[in-house]
Design a protein around this ligand. Structure first.
Ligand SMILES: [Mn+2]
Length: 376
C-alpha cells in the first residue's frame, strides 16, 4: 500500500488586509500540513496548485518554502505539484516552484499533460499533472484530460493532479469542465482551485478538492465554520484510493458579523461565545458589517476596546433611500444598463463587477484587473 498527502491552494506569500499576522498564518498552515505528512510517514506529497499566491513570490515566501522543502528532503518525502491560476507565470518567466527541483520538488504539466512514476518496494504509481489552463489555453483542457486518461488506462495505480473549476463545486460560469468530462481511469483525482474542501462520495475515480489551507477570502468563512480546513491522507492499493480528511488545527478563526447599530455588540458576543474554545491561541479576526444609519464613531470606539478580537475596519451599509420608481427600472442591473446604453460590453463588465463587489471587494478588484489584462 502506498500513502500520500494531498494538499492544495496554500497561497504562500498571501498578505491580507495589510496585516503581518495574516501573512504568517499562511506559512503556519503550510508548515502544519507538512508536519502531518512527516507524522503520518507518507511516501510522497501531491500539491494541486496555487502553492504561492503569485507567480513572482516575495523573497520571504520563497525562503519559507525553502525551509519546509529542506525538512521534507531530510524526511525523504518528495513532492509533486502543478501550477494554479495564481502561480503560473504570466510572461516568459520560469515557475517559482521549479527553482526547488534539487530539493525533490517536481513540477508537472507546464505545457500540457506530463507524467512521472513513483515506486517503492515494488509498488508503483503513475502521477500525471496538468497545470492550470485558462484564457487562451482553456480550449486545450478537454483534450489534455483525454490524453491523460489514455496514460492511466495502462497503469495499475494512478493519480491525476489538476487545478480547474469543475461543475457542481463553483457557479457554472466559473467552471472550465463538466464533471462528466473528467478522466475515468485514474485511481484518484487530486483537484485544486476550489477553496472549500470536498470529497465526492461514491465516486470512481475518487474525486477531491483538498481545499485551501487558510482562508483567502471572506467567502470561505461559512464552509470553514462548518467543516474547518483539512488536508487529505490518501492510501492507494490495487487501483483503489481511500481518503481521510485530516483537520488543520492552527487556522485563525474569522467571522463576518452582519448586524445594525442597535444589535451589533450582542450579535458579536453571541458569535464569539459559540466558537471561543476553538480559537487555539490565535486572536480571531472579525469583519463587522452594519446596516442602517447611526453613530459610526461610537462603533469604532466600542470595538477598539476589545483586547481579544482583531477587527477589520467596519463596513457601514446605509439604508436604501426611497427613490421614485420608474417603469422597467426595478433592479440594479436595469440602472447599469441604462447608464451604459452606448456600450453594452461595459454594462456587462460593470454588472459583473458589481455582483463580485457585493461579496468581496478584494476579490472583485482582482477579477477586474484580470478582466482588463492589468496583471496582479
Ligand atoms: Mn487558489
Amino acid at each position: 500500500m502506498l500513502k500520500f498527502l494531498h494538499m492544495s491552494d496554500t497561497h504562500l506569500g498571501s498578505r491580507q488586509y495589510m496585516r503581518d499576522d495574516r501573512e504568517n498564518d499562511f506559512y503556519e498552515a503550510f508548515r502544519e500540513a507538512m508536519d502531518i505528512a512527516i507524522e503520518r510517514k507518507v511516501d510522497f506529497i501531491v500539491h494541486s496548485g496555487d502553492l504561492f499566491d503569485t507567480w513572482s513570490p516575495s523573497n520571504r515566501a520563497l525562503t519559507e518554502f525553502k525551509e519546509t522543502a529542506l525538512k521534507m528532503k531530510e524526511a525523504g518525502i518528495p513532492m509533486y505539484l502543478i501550477m494554479g491560476d495564481h502561480d503560473r507565470p504570466k510572461r516568459t518567466d520560469y515557475p517559482a516552484a521549479k527553482i526547488f527541483d534539487f530539493l525533490g520538488i517536481t513540477l508537472l504539466g507546464h505545457d500540457g499533460v506530463e507524467s512521472t512514476t513513483f515506486s517503492k518496494n515494488g509498488e508503483e504509481v503513475l502521477i500525471v499533472g496538468i497545470s492550470n489552463l485558462k484564457g487562451s489555453r482553456r480550449d486545450q483542457l478537454i483534450d489534455e484530460y483525454a490524453e491523460a486518461d489514455l496514460l492511466a488506462q495502462s497503469a495499475k495505480n494512478s493519480i491525476l493532479i489538476s487545478h480547474q473549476g469543475v461543475t457542481g463545486y463553483l457557479i457554472d460560469d466559473a467552471c472550465e469542465a463538466d464533471y462528466d468530462q473528467l478522466p475515468k481511469h485514474f485511481s484518484y483525482l487530486a483537484m485544486g482551485h476550489v477553496h472549500d474542501g470536498a470529497v465526492r462520495a461514491n465516486s470512481y475515480p475518487l474525486f477531491s478538492y483538498a481545499g485551501s489551507t487558510e482562508m483567502k477570502s471572506i467567502r470561505e468563512i461559512n464552509a470553514f465554520l462548518k467543516q474547518g480546513k483539512s488536508v487529505n491522507l490518501v492510501s492507494l492499493e490495487n487501483n483503489e484510493a481511500h481518503v481521510d480528511r485530516i483537520p488543520l488545527s492552527k487556522v485563525r478563526y474569522q467571522f463576518l458579523v452582519e448586524s445594525d447599530f442597535d444589535h451589533y455588540v450582542e450579535d458579536l458576543e453571541k458569535t464569539l461565545d459559540r466558537y471561543r474554545e476553538k480559537f487555539n491561541g490565535k486572536i480571531p479576526l472579525v469583519t463587522l458589517r452594519i446596516n442602517g444609519t447611526g453613530d459610526k464613531e461610537e462603533v469604532r470606539r466600542v470595538i477598539s476596546k476589545y483586547q481579544d478580537v482583531n477587527f477589520r475596519p467596519p463596513e457601514f451599509i446605509a439604508e436604501t433611500v426611497e427613490i421614485e420608481s420608474r417603469p422597467g427600472m426595478d433592479t440594479a442591473s436595469d440602472y447599469i444598463k441604462s447608464y451604459f446604453t452606448e456600450n453594452p460590453m461595459l454594462a456587462e463588465i460593470a454588472e459583473e463587477f458589481y455582483s463580485h463587489a457585493r461579496q468581496d471587494r478584494e476579490e472583485a478588484l482582482r477579477w477586474l484587473r484580470e478582466k482588463l489584462g492589468l496583471g496582479e
